[in-house]
Ligand binder design. Sequence first.
Ligand SMILES: [Zn+2]
Length: 163
Amino acid sequence: MQTTNPQSTATRAIFVRLTTEKERTEFYASLDGPKWWINGKRKDSDQGWVEVFRDSWWKCIFCGRDLAASTDALVEATEEHLVPRSLLEPNGVEPSVAHNMAACCASCNVLKGECIPAKDHPCWKSRQAYVKECYRFISSQRLKQYLRYRDHVEKVLRERAGE
Ligand SMILES: [Zn+2]
């Protein structure tokens, strides 16, 4: 179990995925401290994405990939709700506000999915710490995918190279 001791911020968060409405309401009710994800202007879906990407310097908030490097990168990119809509909406909290949104590359978005840090982890207390912990989780998911696929990728590349 994680501790709520603020000095334990280096402790890696366990990530969880909530599946029922009951889990989501109980989880949200148990969060204490400042709720940074409710702050900022509401983003409308038509024009709001430009502001979201501009606020993120057109880079993925997690891995830093340049989303303006090509049209493909931008087309695939997503508007990330840092604290997922699936947690906020059942609790009557508006998810699409400035502090809860960021630009995110397609792969980081898929790797993060609906997973969130366990409720007692201190990263919930600041946006920066939360983003950092999410990036650590995404990186661990990316490593799992790498280990799963690397042999296949090598085989395909060798075949294509005629080796
Ligand atoms: Zn990314």
